[in-house]
Design a protein around this ligand. Structure first.
Ligand code: MRU
Length: 396
């Protein structure tokens, strides 16, 4: 048997032994590299064995790279979209000189963002980022003395702010989420004698899924920083293996005590009394707290309900969609059947069988112990999430 540490030590001797800050320039965990006029994405399809960055010269390239999973994870997709718009505008000869007027620039920006948002449908962060840039562009175009250069410059700055905000909000979620999770575990009479917790997570919600640090994995990082993490369990996350390839990589990189399990082993692990809490990310949280996240999330929420294990969602407010009343309205992305039938290009499934491959499912709000955001926990009234008033009070 090869331990996670030995395996990664063998594969990545240069990374091992150094706990590097997320989004550090030297870090293997930096999904997005940006400086004005230049955007690169870590090709996550090659992880954990190769670290290669691809250039993103414009929105068209970003659309393809998002669809093809070069970058994935709701917040990282939102940041990528915003920054792709920024580099494209920067390249258009001096940020706006290519446009005849502010109105022309505004129309181009709106059309380009409408196209970008079609790359992946379920995660709302990309739509949120595009809407934010559209609003900034509209305001700049309506200002006295508006110019194309001014409109483009305002959009570039807004895209850059979006990236910076994502890291800050992940750190805030780590603080709020670790406190809420520890309190819930204590209230459930779970955890170790020393007050430490064994936490299970699903998919990848870490530095690789965000601008840095992570959402659910950020909560696990925060627990570890506080000396409260007894153990982290990550699911392999079939069929795309974001857990086995990416979360396992991040946990090993940070040298956290961690174990990889098959998705189908989660209930058995809970039954064995090894899980004190579950925390996962989200692709879209709607008005009643129903939450779309990686396929298998609903099964985890149901199992937690059965065993009385607190089940948490960690998601920035950019993942909240208060306009949809319930999870039934969320468009669930269907992905290619070969993700299920093939392994490394080789067919492993019997010929002649059909395939159903939804990328996400919806965990009902009623099964969610708490929704962690960068602004604190979403309030509940009589057990029901108050998403709309929460967002309204934040001016969002
Ligand atoms: O298909 P993916 O890899 O983009 O799915 C990602 C997830 O479902 C994550 O759990 C979610 O986006 C939260 S990422 C912080």
């Amino acid at each position: 048997e090869v331990s996670g540490a030995e395996f990664y030590e063998h594969s990545f001797p240069k990374f091992f032994g150094a706990v590097m800050a997320a989004n550090d320039e030297s870090s293997a965990l930096q999904a997005i590299k940006y400086k004005r006029g230049s955007l690169q994405l870590l090709d996550q399809r090659l992880l954990p064995f190769r670290t290669e960055y691809l250039d993103v010269p414009d929105v068209k390239a970003a659309w393809t790279q998002i669809r093809d999973m070069v970058v994935r994870g709701a917040p990282a997709i939102g940041c990528t979209g915003a920054l792709a718009m920024a580099v494209e505008l920067h390249a258009l000869k001096g940020a706006g000189a290519a446009f005849g007027s502010a109105q022309e620039a505004l129309e181009f920006i709106n059309q380009t963002l409408d196209f970008l948002v079609t790359s992946r449908p379920t995660a709302v962060n990309l739509a949120d980022a595009c809407n934010r840039l559209k609003a900034v562009a509209a305001t700049a175009a309506a200002a006295d003395g508006a110019s194309a250069v001014g409109v483009c410059g305002a959009v570039i700055e807004a895209a850059e702010a979006y990236l910076a905000e994502d890291i800050a909000s992940n750190k805030a979620m780590g603080a709020f989420g670790s406190a809420a999770l520890l309190a819930a575990v204590k209230a459930a009479g779970r955890g170790t004698a020393g007050g430490r917790v064994r936490v299970l997570t699903h998919c990848n919600t870490g530095s690789l899924a965000t601008a840095g640090y992570g959402t659910a994995l950020g909560v696990i990082r925060a627990l570890s920083e506080q000396g409260k993490l007894e153990h982290a369990f990550c699911t392999e996350t079939r069929p795309y293996n974001q857990g086995a390839r990416l979360t396992a990589f991040e946990l090993a990189h940070d040298q956290l005590p961690a174990t990889l399990i098959c998705d189908s082993a989660a209930a058995a692990l809970m039954a064995a009394g090894q899980v004190d809490a579950v925390v996962v990310g989200a692709d879209r949280v709607v008005a009643n707290g129903d939450t779309a996240n990686k396929i298998g999330t609903n099964a985890l929420a149901i199992a937690c309900g059965h065993f009385g294990i607190p089940f948490f969602i960690a998601a920035p407010t950019t993942t909240i969609d208060p306009d949809l009343p319930s999870g039934d309205h969320i468009v669930i992305e269907q992905r290619c059947h070969t993700e299920v039938t093939h392994h490394k290009g080789e067919r492993v499934a019997a010929h002649g069988v059909g395939v159903w491959n939804p990328s996400f499912d919806v965990a009902p709000g009623s099964l969610i112990e708490g929704i962690i955001t960068e602004k604190g926990m979403v309030p509940k009234k009589d057990g029901a999430y108050q998403i709309r008033s929460f967002m309204h009070n934040l001016g969002l």
